[in-house]
Design a protein around this ligand. Structure first.
Ligand SMILES: C[S@@+](CC[C@H](N)C(=O)[O-])C[C@H]1O[C@@H](n2cnc3c(N)ncnc32)[C@H](O)[C@@H]1O
Length: 465
């Protein structure tokens, strides 16, 4: 069978399978016109592992059938998609269209609500509609699709206009992370080539010598730059963006993988560089028998106090959760932690720096303390698992040829996030082998890995070396 036929079969058999299961259980798989809701999101989450090879096959089919030149010419301009999405967030079009309902709204009216140029807004909406984010239902009249509704903030347009800076607070965080990637991170991406070709910065492990500094014309590392007064919008966006990465499947993250429920009553979980405590919030509301500390930079902890007071009043006051400023490169003062938790933090630092803070945690660990790194893992694209076969949970089942080995990884955003990390701080997503080397240098070893389907982050459970 030719590979085109094999790919087409993966698509057709896979779709039939999903449809049959939905029919048998008396519901429909959400179609593109069905806007996001907890019920329809739950259906898609449930079928995500079955959908992954179908989506991967569709991408591969496009790559197979496309003439290389138009494919590459188009790919060279893909950057305008994230740029357009950032603009859509800045003009909160998904919420304007949510209020407009099924009939949609003329671009003149959308533009009037947000005081921008209607013709330009229309062109951006049309570009996105080519990829099913928005639908043009009549000339210049647009409505939300399921995809564009994923960026809704869930607030009234009036409320957003009254407090545009706080628009992401309390939202799913999806619009915030899309905006971060489509705006701030695009400036970084545009400077990647010159940074990598430079004989100094191209080899640097320093967070002050990355593409970020060129793109943003600063000498400051990203997290210090964020706190400069002129970057207040980004500072407000960033912690909300961190929530956007797992919002759609947060139940899975706290109920599957590491056995939080089995930790003894009163065990202390320290969320190091925990931001405003997005993950701790989900953990604390589910696993009430544990105590928690969220540590981060002082400005972030200040924002965390406001966030907890608003979203989960009582937890801080009752001492279930402590929010404490702490520089993770300083000696760790908590010596009785059951768990040190690092989510989306290890990937923020090159080995030179990651070794430093992992060593700080090792110095403060008790013999039974576990380190849980929650981060992406870069899978090799070939089918060689020899280096990870000894680690429980590390290997993943490979998809049949002609698909790439791990469909969930290739359709997710892990490899893009790796580039984001390279650009932001000269840091990286890591393969299992790279994690093993890093942890060994810091006095830890991998006990096991709890795999989640990408783009959900993986859990790497570590013990003392
Ligand atoms: C990518 S965010 C992840 C936040 C959080 N773990 C989460 O998953 O939502 C990385 C965090 O590291 C924090 N950070 C950066 N440098 C730090 C330092 N030296 N000490 C403590 N936290 C730091 C940032 O403020 C930011 O909140």
């Amino acid at each position: 069978m030719s590979s085109v036929e094999a790919l087409a079969q993966v698509i057709s058999n896979g779709v039939k399978d999903i449809q049959a299961q939905c029919t048998a259980r008396g519901f429909s798989y959400p179609t593109p016109d069905v806007v996001c809701s907890p019920e329809t999101d739950a259906i898609q989450n449930e079928f995500s592992s079955q959908a992954a090879p179908i989506i991967a096959a569709a991408y591969q089919l496009i790559a197979t059938l496309s003439h290389p030149q138009p494919y590459l010419l188009g790919m060279g301009l893909w950057g305008y998609f994230p740029a357009s999405l950032a603009y859509i967030d800045a003009t909160f079009v998904p919420d304007i269209l949510r209020e407009a309902g099924d009939k949609g709204l003329h671009v003149n009216d959308i533009a009037a609500a947000t005081k921008v140029h209607p013709g330009r807004l229309g062109r951006i909406l049309r570009l996105l509609a080519t990829r099913h984010v928005f639908e043009e239902v009549a000339p210049d009249v647009f409505r939300n699709t399921r995809l564009s509704s994923g960026m809704c903030l869930g607030k009234s347009v009036k409320e957003i206009l009254e407090n545009p800076l706080g628009r992401w607070d309390g939202s799913s965080g999806v619009a915030a992370i899309v905006s971060l990637n489509g705006h701030e991170n695009m400036k970084t991406a545009a400077s990647l080539t010159e940074t990598l070709l430079d004989p100094v910065t191209g080899f640097s492990e320093e967070p002050t010598e990355a593409a970020f500094q060129r793109g943003h014309r600063t000498r400051l590392p990203c997290y210090e730059w964020l706190e400069e007064p002129e970057n207040i919008i980004t500072l407000s966006k960033f912690p909300n963006a961190m929530r956007g990465t797992t919002h759609y499947n947060s139940d899975k993250v706290v109920n599957e993988g590491f056995e939080w429920a089995k930790l003894p009553e009163g065990s202390l979980v320290v969320d190091v560089a925990g931001g405003i405590g997005n993950l701790t919030m989900v953990l604390a509301s589910t696993h009430k028998h544990l105590r928690y500390v969220v540590q981060d930079r002082p400005a972030v902890i200040k924002a965390a106090h406001e966030h907890w007071a608003q979203k989960m009043p009582g937890y801080v006051e009752k001492g279930i959760v402590r929010l404490e400023p702490h520089d993770m490169f300083d000696p760790q003062y908590i010596r009785d932690a059951s768990i040190f938790l690092l989510r989306y933090t290890t990937h923020n630092w090159s080995n030179k720096y990651a070794t430093k803070f992992l060593t700080r945690l090792r110095e403060a660990a008790q013999p039974e303390t576990k380190l849980i790194i929650i981060d992406g893992i870069s899978d090799y694209l070939c089918r060689d698992t020899s280096s990870i076969d000894n680690i429980p949970g590390a290997a993943k089942a490979a998809a049949p040829e002609p698909l790439l080995a791990y469909p969930d990884s290739t359709i997710g955003w892990g490899y893009l996030m790796d580039m984001n990390m390279l650009g932001m701080m000269n840091c990286q997503e890591r393969t299992v082998g790279e994690f093993m080397t890093l942890l060994k240098a810091s006095g830890w070893k991998i006990e096991r890995i709890c795999r989640f389907e990408a783009p959900l982050p993986q859990q790497i459970i570590c013990t003392l070396l």
